[in-house]
Design a protein around this ligand. Structure first.
Ligand code: NI
Length: 175
């Protein structure tokens, strides 16, 4: 299929609320493009609205990588019509990036422990209880479905900047 252009912050389509998927027949082609685009850009996640498709579909995958010892493995997941429930009030701060804000990083507070539910591309139910980086990635991707980009969740804009200046010794991945 195709590597698609990722919309960048400033494009009004990123601020729309995405609509639930009812016709699963159209998903295979969309998912091929989403996977191709995410991998080509080196991302750990992608939401359909980021390639201009206003549907409630996200994908994510964090491969084990010795350069990111804090980024635990997250299996490749397709999540359709997701729903997140925080399991307690605990939050963690962590640095995030996004393919829609290339080159930038910001410190974002997210729920530490969540349950997420939805279904895969075949309609099979997904119901997982996760924490830490896995929980962060899911919250970041699902925010895209509400038209929310991570800077809109930031509490301290002094912790927002270009990743090559914030982390001169590391390359980092985008969500
Ligand atoms: Ni993103």
């Amino acid at each position: 299929m195709a590597i698609r252009t990722v919309l960048r912050m400033g494009d009004a389509r990123l601020l729309q609320r995405a609509v639930p998927v009812s016709d699963f027949a159209s998903l295979p082609d969309l998912l091929v493009d989403m996977r191709d685009t995410m991998k080509a850009q080196g991302g750990v996640g992608l939401a359909a609205p980021q390639i201009g498709v206003n549907l409630r579909v996200v994908i994510f995958e964090v491969e084990a990588n010795p350069r990111y010892p804090d980024a635990e493995y997250v299996p490749e997941t397709v999540l359709v019509n997701p729903y997140i429930t925080p399991l307690d009030d605990k939050h963690d701060e962590g640095w995030e990036g996004c393919l829609s804000l290339p080159g930038l990083r910001g410190l974002v507070s997210r729920w530490t422990h969540i349950r997420y539910q939805g279904c895969d591309e075949y309609g099979a139910l997904i119901d997982r209880t996760v924490s830490g980086f896995h929980a962060r990635v899911v919250q970041h991707e699902c925010d895209h479905l509400e038209g929310v980009l991570y800077p809109m969740q930031m509490q301290d804009m002094s912790r927002f900047g270009f990743s090559d200046l914030l982390f001169p010794n590391n390359d980092t991945q985008d969500e």
